[in-house]
Each structure stands twice: as C-alpha cells, then as structure tokens.
Design a protein around this ligand. Structure first.
Ligand code: HEM
Length: 433
C-alpha cells in the first residue's frame, strides 16, 4: 500500500495512531504515547493518512481551548464533525445533497444559526432545570448499584452498571417507555460503533468506508423515525419532561425551530446523552479499580465526589476528538492554517497535557482545578454537562458508599474507533460494604 508522506515532520506511525480507529483499542500502548510525542515535538502539526483528509492535529490543552473558543474563525461547518474516511464523507455528500450533515442538530451549526438554536434549548439544560431530576437520578443510582452488588463480588462493570444507568436516566428524561430502552441502546451502539466489528450488526460487514457511512446514515434515520411521533405529540400536548422542553423551545426571535431540527435535537439527545456518559462512568470505575487509595479517599470524604466526577471525565475522554474547519487563513502560533483546512481538536491529548495536569497518568480525585476538556470548550461546550455531572455524582456517591474494595478481575477491553469510544468490558472484583 503506498503511503502519503506527512506534511510536517510527524512520523507516519504517530499520525496513523491518532487518525485510524484500530489504535484506540490500546490507548496506553498506542494513542497516549502518540499524543505525548505530538505535545512534545509537534503540537500543531498537519498530517495526512491514506484514505483520510489532510488534518491539523492540535494536541496541547491551551491550543485546543483557543481554537474551540474562536468559533468565528474555526467553524463547525461545512465538514463532518468527526474524522472519518474521505470516501465515507464523499458517499454521505452523494446521498445528502452535498453535505455530510447526517443530523442537523447544534453540532454542525455556526454563528447566529447556532446561537439562536442553542438559546432555544439553554433553559431546558440549565442547572436549575436539571436539579429537579436529581431525586430520580438517586433512585435510579440505587437500583443500578443494587444490580451491580447482586452480581456477588465479581462482574463486568460495563454490562452491569455503566451501560444501563445513563440509558435509564436519559430515556426517562425524554419519556421513552422502558420497553424501548434496549432498542435505543442498540441504535446508539451501532451509530458510534461503526469501526468496531464486535458492534456493527451487519454480518459479514465489509466495513468499507461507504458501508460505514451508510450504517451511520441508517442509524440516524432510525432515530428520526422513532422520534417523529414523539415530536408531534409533545408539540400538541407538552408534558413536564425534557423532550417537551426541547421541542417547544423558542429562539430569540420567538420562533419555534423547524420540524426537522426539532426532531434532530431530540434524536441527538438520545444519541449524545447515553454512550458518552456510559464511557465516563466506566472510565471512573476503572480509575478507582486501578488506584485503590482514591476509592478510600472518596469513601472517607464524600465532598470529594464532584472531584471524582471531573477526574472520571478527564480519565475516560468519551469523545476523543471533534473537528473544526478554518474559515479563513490564520497564523496560529507560527503555523499557517489555510481557509478550508480541517482541524482535529484532540481532547484525548489535551486531557493528558502535563503542563495543565501534573502527573497526568495518575487518577487523582483531588485535582484542583481540573479543567478537563471532555465536554469541549467555547460556544459549543456540551449542553448536557449538568445532566452528566449530576447523574454521575448520584451514581458514584451510591457506589463508593456501598463497596470497600475494588480491583480489576481481568483485562478491560476498549471499543475501536477514533471518535466516541470507551470501555467495552471492565471485569472487576469488589467487596460490598
Ligand atoms: C460524559 C458525557 C458527555 C460528553 C463527554 C459529551 C461531550 C460533548 C462534546 C465534546 C461536545 C462538543 C462538541 C463540539 O465542540 O463541537 C458536546 C456537545 C453536545 N452535547 Fe454532550 N457530552 C456528554 C453528555 C451529554 C448529554 C448527557 C447530553 C444531553 C442529555 C449532551 C448533549 C449535547 C448537545 C446537545 C451538544 C451540542 C452543543 C452545541 O453544539 O452547542 N451531551 N458534548
């Protein structure tokens, strides 16, 4: 296979470790060392890996913040918000009328369009609005930890705990009936799991770029179809839930969002609000299992639970990157980024930046401050961050109060993929309190 030489002096294996999905099955052996190399040697580097668009890799925490903050220069449109193959993007453009926008939610919007649509939903996601769900999050957390403890001292913490709890939380918030939870889980896994042969459902999936793009588009259509009846119903007859607040949200000019966007906002909550949180929760359990002193600390002092949540988010990095496109030529710390260049904001690297996080490979729930970048930064910062933090707090408070020890009981396995990924299995052994 012929190789495209790198544009800057980044060794090809480093560029491939970051861009290709396979390395994400071995974060410690492949992806983190590549990020360490980039931060030390080429923190703003343009690379090209065969089959993929040429991209700038941004590996330092500070540089990522600068790019993410400047949404007028570094745009979310018109390219895909995650890095996939050029052929996959071309296929999407061919079936979507020239765009890669499979879901027309906040993520690919810029400028006034983004500000207006985000404002329509800001109240529904405010900390005050989310706090009212907190008692229910605690009940669900108790039920989930009951199930975990019923395993009798040893189990897969992903299957018994990390996976179900956030699914139940977000589905209840938008009033999806329990009978559909399993379907929602499967749809989410398939949407984000396209690069992992254990997850895609097509038997003999040829895994060609076009197949992967088609699967992504089909999953999104599935979500669309599922939520269309709900959208119409919530408009006609709103109830006291998040789906009604989203659908009925008004932009600053007083207008409702278009029906398509109402639907896509709903679909994307189901999609964004589950797998990411599941990865974060599992990542934190992994951190505790591999750093027993931290479990002891959290048990001694429950005021450290919010620190545990932040450290779990830093540790797990559920979204490994997000993309931007330069809207104009710009000199960025001496590197000449041209209009149209694609930029990969590497949260996966920023969260291990030694200039910001002393001893970055140590799981430390007492870090203060802990400016983890897992939720991104700037105008597109995750709208669901209060939901996430409040539900994770509920779960970890329950968990740490009910176990006295936690350790790995086998080798954890990670999903393959360079975008939203995390632990696929996490065998643990624990002692109930
Ligand atoms: C650990 C959990 C989560 C992580 C790591 C995460 C990560 C992210 C990231 C990185 C972005 C920003 C993308 C960008 O800069 O372009 C984002 C945006 C978003 N997230 Fe989350 N998310 C999580 C949970 C949630 C939840 C629970 C919800 C909803 C219930 C949610 C809803 C959204 C929405 C609506 C946006 C779009 C914001 C915008 O573009 O203005 N997320 N999320």
């Amino acid at each position: 296979m012929s190789r495209v030489p790198n544009v800057t002096s980044v060794p090809q294996e480093i560029a491939e470790a970051i861009v290709l999905p396979g390395g994400y099955g071995d974060m410690e052996g492949v992806v983190f060392p590549a990020c360490d190399w980039l931060r030390a040697n080429a923190p703003i580097a343009q690379v090209e890996v065969e089959g993929h668009d040429r991209v700038w890799l941004i590996s330092k925490h500070q540089h990522n913040k600068e790019i993410l903050r400047d949404a007028a220069t570094f745009l979310s449109e018109p390219n895909n918000h995650f890095l996939t193959t050029t052929a996959g993007d071309d296929y999407l453009r061919s079936i979507l009328g020239g765009t890669t926008k499979v879901i027309d939610n906040l993520t690919p919007m810029d400028g006034e369009d983004h500000r207006g649509h985000r404002a329509a939903q800001a109240e529904a996601f405010s900390i005050e609005a989310i706090r009212k769900y907190e008692p229910r999050f605690r009940e669900l957390a108790t039920k989930s930890v009951d199930r975990f403890l019923a395993a009798g001292g040893e189990c897969d913490a992903v299957a018994t705990l990390a996976q179900n709890f956030p699914l139940e939380v977000v589905m209840e918030m938008i009033s999806v009936p329990e009978s559909d939870f399993a379907l929602m889980h499967k749809m989410t896994q398939e949407t984000f799991g396209g690069d992992d042969p254990d997850i895609v459902s097509e038997s003999d999936a040829d895994m060609s770029p076009e197949t992967l793009a088609r699967l992504w588009q089909e999953s999104a259509q599935y979500f669309y179809d599922y939520f269309e009846d709900m959208r119409v119903e919530r408009l006609r007859c709103p109830i006291d839930d998040l789906s009604s607040a989203i659908v009925n949200g008004r932009m600053p000019d007083g207008e409702l969002m278009s029906p398509l966007r109402q639907n896509h906002m709903l679909s994307s909550i189901a999609l964004a609000g589950h797998d990411t949180v599941s990865s974060a929760i599992a990542g934190g359990i992994h951190g505790l299992a591999t750093h027993p002193d931290q479990l002891a600390l959290a048990r001694q002092d429950p005021s450290l639970i919010p620190g545990l949540v932040d450290e779990a988010l830093r540790w797990s990095i559920p979204a490994k990157h997000f993309m931007r496109t330069a809207g104009r030529d710009v000199d960025f710390h001496g590197q000449q980024i041209k209009a149209g260049d694609r930029i990969m904001c590497l949260f996966v690297s920023a969260n291990r930046d030694e200039d910001v996080f002393p001893d970055p490979y140590r799981f430390d729930i007492t870090r203060k401050p802990n400016p983890q970048l897992s939720f991104s930064f700037g105008p597109h910062i995750c709208l669901g961050l209060h939901v996430t933090k409040i539900e994770m707090k509920a779960l970890y408070a329950e968990l740490v109060s009910r176990i006295t020890s936690l350790e790995l009981a086998g080798e954890p396995r990670l999903k393959l993929g360079n975008f939203v990924t995390g632990l696929k299995t996490l065998p643990v052994r624990y002692t109930p309190a």
